[in-house]
Each structure stands twice: as structure tokens, then as C-alpha cells.
Design a protein around this ligand. Sequence first.
Ligand code: AR6
Length: 204
Amino acid sequence: PLDKIPTWREDNQSNEKEEGKELTGGGGLTDKVSLYKGDITVLEVDAIVNAANSSLLGGGGVDGCIHKAAGSCLYDECHSLNGCETGKAKITCGYDLPARYVIHTVGPVARGHVGPTETNDLTSCYQNSLRLMKEHGLSTVAFPCISTGIYGFPNEPAAEIALNTVKSWIEENPDKNTRVIFCVFLETDFAIYKKKMAVMFQDN
Ligand code: AR6
């Protein structure tokens, strides 16, 4: 359950105390984000985000895992959606998943190259997913590291885009119930996110 996943504040509380910092009363940025390493399909959140392809009909990577865990009804609903363009997002039910919904977004095929198009498209994936979450009255969402697997977006710039886009969105959409979980799968991504989050997310 979500209450078993610490927020970024809780993850860092002992450090903050040691350094003698005042903890703010809650509701700050650090209460709204978490870093979680593991399988996104087990998370009991309002929505998990799928790093899909433009057919929305499944594939390998996290997409394959999500379809396998959600069952064939997810495929049937995706089949009715007429695909999805790069950078856009579409929402379905979660079916057999513990998550209520799946937000399918299509990341750019980067193959190691990060130019303006790749950057804009990846930014749009996060923005459009968050917009759908809000439109459906949802509060908690988990993102995988979109495009960084089969689509070959370099991990460090992808993390930078994910974190900056989510941070700006949270600042522009204040709601105390918002919780965004960065669900990393690989140790390299865990290390990158941990380092960047320590700099970007601090309430004081
Ligand atoms: N939970 C969380 N993250 C995962 C999981 C999981 N169960 N499995 C893999 N990852 P990728 P892409 C991580 O390749 O680069 C598919 O075929 C993985 O380690 O899944 O956007 C689609 O149909 C990596 O960090 O997505 C598309 O054709 C991250 O998820 C294409 O792949 C994204 O890797 C999309 O490629």
C-alpha cells in the first residue's frame, strides 16, 4: 500500500534531524514525491504510467509487464483507443492491477540522441500524464523512467526532465494530496534520481 512507501521527506528525516534542520509542518514539496525502486505493477496508487508505443497494443519492457499484470481486458480497452501520438497520453482502467487506472504515454525514440524534439516530447509525456491525472480527479501516480529502456533516451537527461517537469507541475498545481512516485527499476536510475532529488526537493 501507498502508506508503506515513504515520502521523500520521510526518507530524509533522520539526516535532516542530524543536521539540526527544522522540519516544516507538511504539505511541502518533499511530502509530494517519493523514490521507489521496483516493479511498478505492484503499486496501489490511483494511476501508474505506462511507457507505451504508439499502437498502445503492448510490447516489451514495462509495457509488457503492465499488460501481463492487468490482464487481457486492458488490451481490449487499448485496442479501442486508436493509438497515441508521441508525447501524448491516454487513460484506461487498471483491471487486475492494484492501481485503479493506467495512463499510457508514448515517449520519444531517442536511440542515444537528445535534441530539442526528444526533450520536448519527453517533457510532454510527463505533462500530459499529470494533466490526465488531474482531469480524472486522481491524486497519486507512479512514473517509470519513460523512454530510457528500449527507446534509448540517456538516463541522466531523462531523469532531469522527469524531475524538473514534475516539480514545476506540483508547484503550479498545489493540492496537498498529490503524490508522485518515481518508480525506478535499475540501480543506475536509482542513483541518478537520489542524487538529483536531494538537490531539488528540500523544504526549508
Ligand atoms: N516496473 C518499473 N519499471 C520497469 C519495469 C517494471 N516492471 N520493467 C521495466 N522497467 P522500457 P521505453 C523500466 O523499455 O524505453 C515497449 O516495448 C526499464 O528498466 O519499458 O519507453 C513499448 O511497447 C526502464 O528503466 O520503455 C515500446 O515499444 C523503463 O522501465 C517501448 O518498449 C522504461 O523502459 C518503449 O520503450
